[in-house]
Design a protein around this ligand. Structure first.
Ligand code: HEM
Length: 472
């Protein structure tokens, strides 16, 4: 039998030595641990024992080959369930498998492709409202845009309706996200049945969202026949019409939790990916110039379509590199060993929580040489093979890989292509990066940027059934 290796344990004074604390700046803290202790390291947070891995082969073991022995940990599932109920993100085992099977068709390539024009149109409308010279909070702009898009594609609720409903819905989502983040920051949380002010807020916000979603589902059933929902082309229709192998439909509660999950998982992530991309472009004029050249050459002022995406490889490379440097999901949910096991010869006892952090993997020099350098060429067709399959994991990996990854890539590419044709965004001189790493990673307080019109006059036009419509 091969001898087991020893996992280095983080020294007690390491937080002080490294000058970063877990909790305050978790991504930087985890990276400091990996840099100091290597591919696997053990540390404690209160009573919890964690192991951090940063070798992609170990990631393969935890997320793929031994995935059954490493489900999501109870703490993460419990805290997220307070907000999301029992959807894809918060279930494990057979329940998760069933939900994944039923939800997968909603993310089929053809279905997703049908949303492309909506996305470019929405990006164009938001772009038309921007005023050159104006300073905007980029985080708010991207959040609003991705929320409009997710509302339209999930529920077929359009922008005007969303704006009308958004005060209520937007506020409830904000409340839930803030509470979820707050819960993760605390070592212990009181159970939901105790009427603490936060638990009451949580329940109220869920109630607003639950009743909104239930009302939309009811409308669908009434519009359909024999109680079967009408297919209106959105993701909700797909979920309401999905049947399992035994012919059973998802229950109303399952659909409701799934929708809320998709709504929350589907917009803050994409909006942060875009936020960081605009930031990185503003700091790298040579990359921005190359991006503009590609967009001008391929689109020549027209709104991008799904078809165009394959002719915009540099746009895709920019996004991939942006999600490497500043991954919106900086850490996957902790995985917990069900049984004693080993990972690449290191013993992992039952109950230990394993951290897989895209931020750490993406910033480890063994995985990406000169990791702090922003260089989209890493993802060029000539270079991409040098990247280990499990070293770049902004969407996770294995059976729990992000179900919306193709949707998100398409959406981000279309938004980037639409807006970057018209504008550049300059970082406000008062701004700096203050990573705020909660469930997703954003910039504390948002990011002020100045809208600058591109030099050549750009017209956004769509060729639609041989009609040439001048949008602006
Ligand atoms: C740039 C945008 C996005 C990023 C970076 C991202 C990232 C991730 C990551 C890392 C995971 C895995 C978490 C884990 O294993 O612990 C995940 C899961 C998930 N994502 Fe995304 N996501 C994005 C967009 C979306 C969109 C647009 C949707 C839906 C419309 C979505 C829905 C989900 C769902 C439902 C899961 C759970 C899947 C499962 O466990 O089976 N995400 N996402």
């Amino acid at each position: 039998m091969t001898k087991l290796k020893t996992i280095p344990k983080m020294a007690k004074n390491f937080q002080q030595k490294a000058g970063v604390n877990f909790g305050d700046n978790s991504p930087e803290f985890l990276l400091a641990v990996a840099n100091e202790y290597g591919e696997i390291a053990q540390f404690n947070f209160g009573p919890f024992k964690f192991v951090l891995i940063s070798n992609p082969e170990m990631v393969r073991e935890v997320l793929i080959t031994q995935a059954k022995n490493f489900p999501k940990g109870n703490r993460d599932v419990r805290l997220l369930s307070r907000v999301l109920g029992k959807g894809l993100v918060t279930t494990n085992g057979d329940e998760h498998k069933r939900q994944r099977r039923l939800s997968q068709p909603a993310f089929h390539h053809r279905r997703i492709a049908s949303y492309a024009d909506t996305i470019s149109d929405y990006a164009d409308v938001v772009g038309s409202d921007l005023v050159p010279g104006q300073t905007i909070n980029m985080a708010e702009e991207m959040e609003a845009l991705t929320m409009y898009i997710v509302s339209k594609t999930l529920f077929d609720v359009d922008m005007e309706e969303m704006v009308e409903r958004s005060a209520e819905i937007g506020h409830s989502i904000d409340v839930l996200q803030t509470l979820a983040d707050k819960n993760f920051d605390k070592l212990f949380n009181l159970p939901m049945w105790i009427p603490t002010p936060d638990n009451i807020k949580n329940r109220r916000a869920r109630k607003v969202l639950d009743s909104t979603i239930s009302a939309i589902m009811q409308e669908r059933r009434e519009a359909g026949e024999n109680g079967v929902a009408k297919d209106t082309g959105d993701l909700l229709s797909m979920l309401m019409l999905a049947t399992d192998e035994d012919g059973s439909f998802m229950s109303d509660v399952e659909i409701r939790d799934q929708l809320l999950t998709l709504f929350i998982a589907g917009h803050e992530t994409t909006s942060n990916a875009l936020l960081w991309t605009w930031y990185l472009l503003s700091q790298h004029p040579e990359v921005e110039e190359k991006l503009h050249a590609e967009l001008d050459q391929v689109l020549n002022g027209r709104l991008p379509t799904m078809e165009d995406l394959k002719s915009l490889p540099y746009t895709e490379m920019v996004l991939k590199e942006s999600m490497r440097v500043l991954p919106p999901v900086w850490s996957l949910n902790a995985r917990v060993a069900l049984e004693d096991t080993t990972v690449m010869g290191y013993p992992i006892p039952k109950g230990v929580q394993v951290f897989v952090s895209p931020y750490v993997l993406h910033h480890t020099p063994q995985n990406f040489p000169d990791p702090e350098r922003f260089d989209p060429e890493r993802f060029s067709p000539e270079n991409i093979d040098q990247i280990h399959k499990y070293a770049w994991i902004p969407f996770g990996a294995g059976g729990r890989v992000c179900i919306g990854n193709s949707f998100a890539m398409m959406e981000a590419q279309l938004i980037l292509a639409t807006l970057a044709q018209r504008y550049r965004f300059e970082l406000d001189p008062s701004e700096s990066v203050r990573l705020q790493a909660r469930i997703t990673m954003t910039n504390k307080g948002g990011l002020k940027m100045k809208v600058v019109e591109r030099e050549q006059p750009i017209q956004t036009i769509r060729l639609d059934n041989s009609t040439l419509e001048m949008v602006s």
